[in-house]
Design a protein around this ligand. Structure first.
Ligand SMILES: Nc1nc2c(ncn2[C@@H]2O[C@H](COP(=O)(O)OP(=O)(O)O)[C@@H](O)[C@H]2O)c(=O)[nH]1
Ligand SMILES: [Mg+2]
Length: 306
C-alpha cells in the first residue's frame, strides 16, 4: 500500500469530516458561491483547523472564486488543497532525518504531557531509524512512573536496541548524563530520550526538563540536536496551550502529532503548525510499530481533501 493510501485509510474520520462533507454539499448540483464558502468555513472549523487558519483559507478561496469562478467540484477541491498547502509548506523546513547525517550521536529529547504518546513514539522512531541502518540508544528518562521504564524496555526489545534505565524515582538528569556517556563510548548514531510528562507540580516538571537540557549540553555542547514535543491530536486547541507551556522551559524544534487515526479533527495539525510556526515532523496514525509517518503537507492535505 502506498503511503498516501495508508494515510487516507488511517485519517478516514478527518477525511470524511472534510472531503466527505464538502463533497456532500456539492453533490446536490448546487452552484458554487458564497453559501458554499460559508459551509466550507463551518466544516473546516469543526475539523479543528482553528478560526484564524480557517479564515485565511476562506479569504484566499473567496478571492480565487471571483477570478477563477470554479464551476466543478474538482476545481474547488484543488483550490482548497492548494490554499491549505500554501499555509503549511513554508513552515516545514529541513526534516529531522536529513539533519542526522554525519552527526553522532544525534540527540533527540522527547517531551510532552503524560499520555500524549511519547514512549510509543520513541518505540516507533527506534524501529524507523534502525531500519535506516542506524545504531540507537534509548534513555528511559521517565523515572516518575513505575511502568514507564518497563514500557520503554519492551519497545527497545522489539527493535533490539540498547536502553539505559534505572529504578523508579532515580534522578532523570543523572540517567541522561550516563546514557550520553554510554552513547559516545558505544558510538550510537541516535539517542532518543524519554521524559516524564507529569510530576507533582507543573513547575517541578519544567524545572526537571531544564535540568535535563543542561546536562545534555554538558555532555555534548551542541545537543540536544532536536527537542520534539509530542501532542495528542485528539485534544485540539488544548495542544496549543501545552506547546506554549513547554516552549517556556525548553526550545521546541519540532512536533509529533499522535492519535490522528482516532479523530475527525485531524485538521488540528494545520492549525498547530500555523499557530506555533514549528514544523510537524511526524504523525502517529495507530498504536503499532509502523504507525508513524513523516509529515509532509502535500500528502497530508491530499489525504484529507481529495
Ligand atoms: N491510536 C493511537 N494510539 C496511540 C498513538 N500513539 C500513542 N498511542 C497510545 O496512547 C497511549 C499513551 O501512550 P504513551 O506512549 O504511553 O504516552 P506517554 O505517557 O506520553 O509516554 C498508549 O495507549 C498508546 O498506545 C497513535 O498514534 N494512535
Ligand atoms: Mg511514557
Amino acid at each position: 500500500m502506498s503511503i498516501l493510501d495508508k494515510l487516507k485509510q488511517r485519517l478516514v474520520k478527518t477525511r470524511e469530516n472534510i472531503f466527505g462533507r464538502i463533497a456532500g454539499i456539492l453533490q446536490s448540483g448546487a452552484k458554487i458561491d458564497e453559501t458554499t464558502l460559508e459551509k466550507i468555513e463551518e466544516i473546516l472549523i469543526t475539523a479543528d483547523l482553528g478560526v484564524s487558519t480557517t479564515q485565511k483559507i476562506v479569504q484566499s478561496l473567496q478571492q480565487r472564486f471571483k477570478k477563477e469562478k470554479p464551476e466543478k467540484p474538482e476545481l474547488l477541491f484543488h483550490m482548497l488543497e492548494e490554499e491549505m498547502e500554501k499555509l503549511i509548506v513554508p513552515i516545514e523546513g529541513v526534516h529531522v532525518e536529513k539533519k542526522m547525517d554525519g552527526v553522532t550521536p544525534f540527540v533527540i529529547l522527547i517531551v510532552g504531557v503524560n499520555g500524549t504518546g511519547k514512549t510509543t513514539t520513541i518505540g516507533k522512531l527506534a524501529h524507523r531509524y534502525t531500519q535506516q541502518g542506524k545504531k540507537i540508544l534509548l534513555a528511559a528518562g521517565d523515572t516518575f512512573r513505575a511502568a514507564a521504564g518497563g514500557q520503554l524496555e519492551i519497545w527497545a526489545q522489539r527493535s533490539s536496541v540498547e536502553i539505559v534505565r534505572q529504578k523508579e524515582g532515580a534522578d532523570p538528569a543523572a540517567l541522561v548524563f550516563d546514557a550520553l556517556a554510554s552513547a559516545k563510548a558505544k558510538q550510537s548514531d541516535v539517542v532518543l530520550i524519554d521524559t516524564a510528562g507529569r510530576l507533582h507540580t507543573k513547575v517541578n516538571l519544567m524545572e526537571e526538563l531544564k535540568k535535563i537540557y543542561r546536562v545534555i549540553q554538558k555532555q555534548i555542547p551542541e545537543a540536544p540536536h532536536e527537542t520534539l514535543l509530542v501532542l495528542d491530536g485528539t485534544t485540539g486547541q488544548n495542544a496549543i496551550q501545552q506547546a506554549k507551556q513547554f516552549s517556556q522551559a525548553v526550545k521546541i524544534t519540532g512536533l509529533v502529532l499522535t492519535k490522528l487515526d482516532g479523530t475527525a479533527k485531524g485538521g488540528v495539525v494545520l492549525a498547530i503548525q500555523q499557530e506555533l510556526k514549528i514544523p510537524v515532523y511526524y504523525i502517529g496514525i495507530g498504536e503499532g510499530i509502523d504507525d508513524l509517518e513523516e509529515f509532509h503537507a502535500h500528502d497530508f492535505v491530499q489525504a484529507i481533501v481529495e
